[in-house]
Design a protein. Structure first.
Length: 205
């Protein structure tokens, strides 16, 4: 199997600013690949599989009704199949992101983002599907002006704001642990990080 396989893609889109303060775009795309890499959980590696075809549509919006407020909304749908008609494991069907940002209010900027990852097939026959996840992230930044001759700011990020119990990674494969008579097919997941904070000081010289 060669290190790289040929792929053919096509994308057609349209962008408009017909509404004052609103930028909207929609694009339709398709991709054909001569071989798809599929994760083999028991081996902890990927292996080449059949050729695949994917297609989808993406819709993006950026709205700024006033100078101090910005609203972003993006949603995408995709359809992924191997050439024999079966599902591509871990290819999710839809994703979405919505964010609102307050800008430059007496040196403060704050944003709240919602991120959604939809369900997807975990097995080629679609008999097992991943669970969708929904999380919120918060960011607040305060401009400090000049500190020691540098333009500085401090930012607080709060990831997984509502401490949702969701999974970052989900697989379905057979595994066997001590005490089991035979391998068992089951979900294997990596939980998302619980609510956590990050404080950043940035200086531009």
């Amino acid at each position: 199997m060669p290190a790289l396989v040929p792929s053919t893609g096509l994308e057609v889109g349209l962008r408009t600013q017909a509404v004052s303060g609103l930028q909207s775009s929609v694009s339709v795309w398709g991709l054909r690949s001569a071989s798809e890499l599929v994760y083999i959980g028991d081996a902890g590696a990927t292996e080449a599989s059949l050729a695949s075809r994917r297609r989808g549509i993406e819709f993006s919006n950026r709205w700024q009704p006033v100078p101090w407020f910005l609203f972003d909304a993006d949603i995408a749908f995709s359809h992924a199949r191997l050439n024999d008609g079966s599902r591509i494991p871990n290819a999710i069907d839809r994703v979405a992101s919505v964010a609102g940002t307050l800008k430059n209010l007496q040196g403060w900027t704050a944003s709240l983002q919602w991120r959604y990852l939809g369900a997807g097939a975990l097995a080629e026959d679609n008999s097992v599907r991943s669970l969708p996840s929904s999380t919120f992230n918060l960011r607040a930044t305060k401009a400090l002006g000049k500190v020691l001759g540098a333009q500085a700011s401090v930012t607080l990020d709060v990831f997984n704001l509502f401490d949702r119990k969701v999974n970052d990674i989900q697989y379905f494969y057979e595994s066997q642990v001590p005490g089991e008579a035979a391998p068992v097919a089951d979900r294997h997941v990596h939980p998302a990080e619980p609510r956590n904070l990050r404080l950043t000081l940035q200086a531009s010289f």
